[in-house]
Ligand binder design. Structure first.
Ligand code: SF4
Length: 368
């Protein structure tokens, strides 16, 4: 315990002096550091950045197709296109699905992503984004994973840079961080991700940041990864962030094994426990500190009470209402609806101040 305390003190000193932590520091925090002390350090850094304010967004997630030719071992959502429950929404269906959430619940962010559907070409996306933008002008479109973007770029024989410019002209505002998982190819091989797809994620994000497009970053933990893989993942994101400051937020989220191939092949019966979730939140805050100031708790995978605990361990964004999400229910886990009022209440219950934000993390209404 004394050794942990002293080492964590050194890490705290490094962070306060603005030094970048190294792989060893991060592995120590994963494998040896006392969780409560990690939480204390992370929470003090969070308070310096945002005081008692915790942001959240009114949003929906629209999964426009579940047909995907990547077929990751950790994904329960995808279909090959032959199953009865395979689907692809037309642009008119997408617009109608958004309507009640925009008109009645006042969402300001649309997170739109799906499978890598080989039948879709660039026009599907540009027409779709244009129509959404014209119909719901106050909605920030947070669209497409790096896997979808890379595929469309190859299919349309367009550079990623030109494609991103075209998508932005059509109405896309920012890019979600999906597909990052863990960057190491050794891990990705077991996850069923193509080799080089970790580097591809970083390179699409770099192109976006060069163009001034803001994006999110993520990490999926609780499967076959080791602490060193998580350390390298966090450091790769930090390195890119120091170059362009294009990431708006970071979300560490845990693998949901239900109905996935990985559940069988790697024998993972259960998702990570609460201590693991909090450790990942706290370490993310300590590693990124003010370089990537928004750390998001993931209530969708961990529930409301863990969402509250994550705030006390260094997160300062609740995430969103995420109406209509389809990926997590595919694992067999039931996801309740979380209205804006419940989020405000959950944040107030832990003595913090809820601040509603838009897609680009600008406050739109101080409800506290
Ligand atoms: S995680 Fe994404 S890319 Fe992988 S199979 Fe599922 S939908 Fe396809």
């Amino acid at each position: 315990m004394i050794a942990s305390s002293q080492s964590l003190d050194n890490i705290g000193r490094k962070v306060s002096n603005g030094e970048v932590l190294d792989q060893e520091d991060i592995i120590f925090m994963y494998d040896e550091a006392d969780l409560n002390m990690l939480g204390k350090l992370a929470s003090s850094l969070m308070t310096r950045i945002s005081g008692k304010k915790v942001s959240f967004v009114s949003n929906m997630i629209l999964n426009y197709t579940n047909i995907c030719n990547v077929r990751c071992n950790f994904c329960a959502f995808y279909r090959t296109g032959k199953e009865e429950d395979s689907y692809l929404l037309t642009k008119e269906q997408v617009v109608e699905r958004i309507r009640p959430f925009y008109e009645k619940l006042g969402i300001t962010q649309l997170l739109i992503q799906g499978g890598v559907n080989p039948d879709l070409d660039l026009e599907y996306y540009t027409d779709l984004f244009r129509l959404i933008h014209q119909t719901y002008p106050k909605l920030g479109i947070h669209g497409l994973s790096t896997s979808e973007i890379s595929f469309i770029s190859r299919k349309s024989r367009m550079s990623v840079r030109d494609l991103l410019e075209t998508l932005v002209e059509s109405g896309m505002e920012s890019i979600p961080g999906a597909g990052a998982e863990i960057f190491s190819d050794d891990v990705r091989k077991l996850l069923g991700r193509p080799p080089g797809s970790g580097k591809q994620w970083l390179s699409v994000m770099e192109e976006a940041h060069k163009l001034g497009i803001r994006t999110s970053a993520t990490m999926m933990f609780g499967h076959v990864e080791e602490s060193r893989h998580k350390a390298d993942h966090l450091l790769s994101i930090l390195q890119l962030q120091k170059k362009y400051h294009g990431f708006l937020s970071f979300t560490p989220w845990n693998f949901e094994p239900g109905n996935t191939k990985l559940q069988e092949t790697a024998g993972i019966k259960y998702r990570s426990g609460g201590m693991d979730v909090l450790r990942n939140i706290a370490i993310s805050r300590i590693v990124f500190n003010s370089d990537l100031p928004i750390i998001q708790s993931s209530w969708l995978t961990n529930g409301i009470q863990m969402g509250q605990m994550a705030i006390l361990f260094g997160a300062n964004d609740w995430g969103g209402t995420i109406y209509d999400e389809k990926v997590i229910p595919a694992t067999g886990k039931s996801v309740g609806n979380l209205r804006k009022e419940s989020i405000i209440n959950s944040i107030r219950q832990i003595g913090m101040i809820p601040v509603e934000r838009d897609n680009l993390y600008r406050p739109i209404d101080t409800t506290g």
